[in-house]
Design a protein around this ligand. Structure first.
Ligand code: VTB
Length: 348
């Protein structure tokens, strides 16, 4: 295979291909009602293409520990397939966080906002977050610096509204529709802001909050920690902000004690991972400290920012977002994957 050394900007187009492949595979299963299968095909497609990227890649956020995930497990090394050892030694070392299908349920039901997503950075550029819950607040560039995850919800909303030059009543906040968010939802309502409750997918919601024109102004609440790292990588490219904290207290999660691991157990596991303060508040740079970050996402189903995969007689069409911190290019990429031979008609 004709491998050559690539710059970060060029690698970003390889990662675009990786996300496109995962999204296409997942989209084929849309509405089948089988979330596990949708996830599995996305993982397989993502891994297959990612292994061809000219890099020495290492998964830091993936499908789980090695013993529970056969592919894209944490610590898996991939990339540079087919390259000679000499050439491979010159490939850049890259840490990768993946979520081959964010919103497995959304895809299985054919609901909006399922995406295939990944972030890449130089070694150590992405926090090796544990797969537990994380409380998050995500805002766009205008509201950077005025949010505080420990402040009352009303104060945060007041500050966001002021920065956006509008009333709190004109804000829309996205919150995952979970019983653990009862108090948060009440507080947002009392402050007067509008709420969009979503069934799944707080990563794509966080990205929407950082892009003006989506009419989403903040994401608040508890979702997954791995997705928090991916969100942070996107914020670095979009000039947005995330603040976050790991959550493992059953009371905060609104679940029975026996539904989650013992708190002492979690604290010990975090220590092993090098996290000594389990209550630490993470900012964007803590979660994604990398200087050279690449973020790529492809729509699986239609969403606020990205269209879903469309299939037609002579191919398919994907819509993606690809960004890098270095070049500060935010690319919305509309790709037609032509399959129909010389007579295939390409439509605008
Ligand atoms: C899901 C999912 C989110 O967090 O809610 C999950 O939709 C965890 O919450 O996008 P539950 O266990 O209550 O479903 C995310 O995966 C990511 O933060």
């Amino acid at each position: 295979m004709g491998h050559e050394l690539k710059t970060e900007r060029e690698l970003s187009l390889d990662f675009l291909r990786v996300c496109e492949a995962a999204a296409i595979a997942a989209a084929r299963t849309m509405g089948q009602g089988d979330r596990k299968y949708s996830d599995q095909v996305a993982v397989e497609a993502m891994r297959e293409v990612m292994d061809t990227v000219p890099m020495r890649g290492r998964i830091v956020i993936g499908e789980g520990e090695r013993d529970e995930a056969p592919m894209l497990y944490i610590g898996e090394e991939l990339g540079g397939r087919g390259a000679s050892d000499d050439l491979r030694a010159e490939f850049p070392e890259v840490d990768i966080a993946v979520d081959p299908l964010e919103g497995t349920n959304l895809c299985a039901l054919g609901a909006n906002n399922a995406i295939a997503v990944l972030a890449a950075a130089e070694r150590g550029g992405l926090l090796n977050a544990p797969d537990i819950y994380m409380d998050k607040i995500v805002v766009g560039p205008s509201s950077r610096g005025v949010i505080d995850i420990d402040a009352p919800v009303r104060d945060n909303l007041k500050n966001i509204a002021r920065r956006l030059g509008r009333d709190i009543e004109d804000l829309t906040v996205i919150v995952l529709d979970r019983s653990r968010h009862k108090k948060l939802i009440n507080e947002v309502r009392e402050a007067g802001a509008r709420i969009r409750l979503i069934s799944d997918g707080d990563l794509s919601a966080g990205i929407s909050a950082a892009v003006a024109g989506t009419n989403i102004h903040a994401l608040m609440g508890i979702g997954g920690a791995p997705e928090g790292v991916l969100t942070a990588a996107a914020m670095k490219c979009l000039n947005g902000e995330i603040q976050a904290r790991l959550i493992f207290d059953p009371e905060r999660l609104g679940v029975d004690k026996d539904k989650v691991p013992e708190q002492e157990e979690v604290i010990a596991r975090l220590k092993e991972m090098g996290i000594n303060d389990p209550n630490k508040i993470y900012d964007t740079d803590d979660l994604a400290p990398g200087k050279k970050i690449i973020f790529a996402a492809t729509g699986v189903t239609d969403g606020a920012l990205l269209r879903g995969v469309r299939f037609f007689g002579s191919g398919k069409r994907t819509h993606s977002l690809v960004m890098t911190t270095e070049s500060k290019h935010i690319r919305f990429v509309d790709t037609v994957h032509v399959e129909g031979g010389p007579d295939a008609v390409i439509r605008f």
